[in-house]
Design a protein around this ligand. Structure first.
Ligand code: CU
Length: 98
């Protein structure tokens, strides 16, 4: 049954390639240490929602974090960090959730 195994491995490899070629939603957690008052997250959220490809922004004010769901074919973590930084809130991707 060696042939079957090789065939299955080939199919699996092809599936992985197809999956990575397709845009898939990614979620990144950004640490935004400058969010110190309750209106800060509004500014941060608006800035992130303006980035093309961002589909969801969830602010966790108590943790000073923002969860961003985005289409990795249209944008990336660097662009998200830039967006919050340009809005006056420098951020870093959370290493634990990378
Ligand atoms: Cu504020």
């Amino acid at each position: 049954m060696k042939g079957t195994k090789i065939l299955l491995a080939g199919v699996a490899a092809a599936l992985v390639m197809v999956a990575s070629a397709w845009a898939s939603p990614q979620t990144v957690t950004l640490n935004v240490s400058g969010m110190t008052c309750p209106t800060c997250p509004i500014t941060v959220k608006k800035a992130l929602e303006k980035v093309p490809g961002v589909s969801q922004v969830e602010v966790r004010f108590e943790k000073k974090q923002v969860l961003v769901t985005f289409d990795d074919a249209k944008t990336n973590t660097d662009a998200l960090v830039k967006a919050t930084t340009n809005a006056g809130y420098p951020s870093q991707p959370d290493k634990a959730t990378k």
